[in-house]
Design a protein around this ligand. Structure first.
Ligand SMILES: Cc1ncc(COP(=O)(O)O)c(C=O)c1O
Length: 376
């Protein structure tokens, strides 16, 4: 049987009212925020219809979610215990809760830049101090550089990982995570791993949850199917503790669980339990788009450099060779009528822009054509 292509055409997407297709003028092609132009997974759509049919619109039961998160982890060979988990509103509130639970006010929090801009904001919002450590030139965690940074304030703080990494798409190997966890343990630094992109690892790489790394028993992860199944509008996520992290998870502020939504939980549980076929088709679409984007950039924008990521649908484009200044996204928006995400807020991102290729092949192609034409 031929596999389904899940991406939706531009006309269909323009009917949407969420941020991606509404933030810019109608003549702009939006390839920015991390929403995907895809159909809803049938398992999720059917569950939402059942919710409405049964008028099941009340308060949630957290254990329903946490047990599904535990079942979901089995596919990565990770045994996680609902007793060491906390339901939270969404991934970023889980990150904030974990920072509060695992560090003290004023502690250093190490983030590996360039990284998802809200990482830069959540640390001061939690009353902690941001320390940026650049990724390696390959866009991966630089463990020796992190260890040097840890040594400056030993016995304090936490390292906040994006695993897989937004925006470079790198997926740390088990060995890299082990080395990082050993370095953190040696200096008394806690490990918090945002694993919201875990379902979006593309062929050729393998995801390792931090909670499955023996050297990281005290670590916590934050996970949700919201990114993988494109459900950001349905709020729920979990903080998941490693074998010795039960006390830390209990310190995650409990008010974060009240704001998760029962409808979100029903949709997320359906995705985790029954959304795997859809996810396999999605991964095939994203891998095809990653290859398409590589061909298009090579042909039309040879002055731009891109290292295709091992995961996600985000392309971290090095535009420094195009002479467009610090903010190439501004140029492509104004002149090309293509909306990308500006690189600078990620840290170490001057001259970079992030492109979201979770779109139909024709939208991706048209966007690159417009970017090329904007240079002439
Ligand atoms: C690394 C990372 N964490 C968190 C989020 C946001 O997740 P949520 O909307 O569940 O807070 C994103 C969104 O793109 C992300 O890339």
């Amino acid at each position: 049987m031929e596999r389904r292509v899940l991406t939706l055409d531009e006309h269909t997407c323009r009917r949407r009212t969420s941020a991606k297709w509404r933030a810019f003028d109608p003549d702009v092609l939006p390839l920015w925020v991390a929403e995907m132009d895809v159909m809803t997974a049938p398992a999720v759509a059917e569950e939402l219809l059942r919710v409405v049919a049964d008028a099941d619109l009340g308060y949630h039961v957290p254990a329903t979610y946490l047990e599904a998160v535990a079942r979901w982890h089995e596919r990565w060979g990770a045994l996680v215990d609902p007793g060491r988990m906390a339901l939270v509103t969404d991934a970023m509130s889980g990150v904030k809760g974990a920072l509060i639970a695992m560090t003290e006010p004023g502690d250093p929090v190490y983030i590996t830049v360039p990284v998802y801009p809200p990482f830069h904001a959540v640390v001061p919002a939690a009353g902690r101090r941001t320390v940026t450590v650049p990724l390696s030139p390959e866009g991966r965690f630089d463990v020796p550089a992190l260890e040097r940074a840890f040594a400056e304030a030993p016995g304090r703080g936490a390292v906040l990982l994006s695993n897989p990494h937004n925006p470079t798409g790198s997926v740390p190997t088990r060995e890299e995570l082990s080395a990082l966890a050993r370095a953190a343990a040696a200096h008394g630094v806690a490990v918090i791993s945002d694993e919201v992109h875990a379902p979006l690892v593309l062929p050729g790489a393998e995801f390792t949850p931090i909670t499955a790394v023996p050297e990281a028993t005290g670590a916590v992860s934050v996970i949700s199917p919201a990114k993988g199944w494109n459900l950001a509008g349905l709020k729920a996520a979990a903080v998941v503790g490693g074998p010795t992290a039960a006390a830390a998870v209990r310190r995650v502020p409990s008010d974060l669980s009240w704001s998760a939504s029962h409808v979100a939980i029903r949709a997320h549980v359906a995705a985790m339990d029954h959304g795997q076929d859809w996810l396999a088709d999605l991964i095939a679409d994203l891998a095809a788009n990653r290859a398409l984007l590589g061909r298009l950039l090579e042909e039309h924008l040879p002055g731009m450099t891109w290292r295709p990521g091992e995961s996600t649908y985000l392309a971290w484009l090095d535009c420094r060779g195009l002479d467009l200044g610090d903010d190439p996204a501004d140029h492509f928006h104004r002149v090309g009528r293509v909306a990308l995400t500006a690189g600078s807020p990620f840290g170490e991102g001057h001259g970079f822009a992030r492109l979201n290729f979770a779109a139909s092949p024709s939208v991706v192609t048209e966007a690159v054509h417009r970017m090329r034409d904007s240079l002439s």
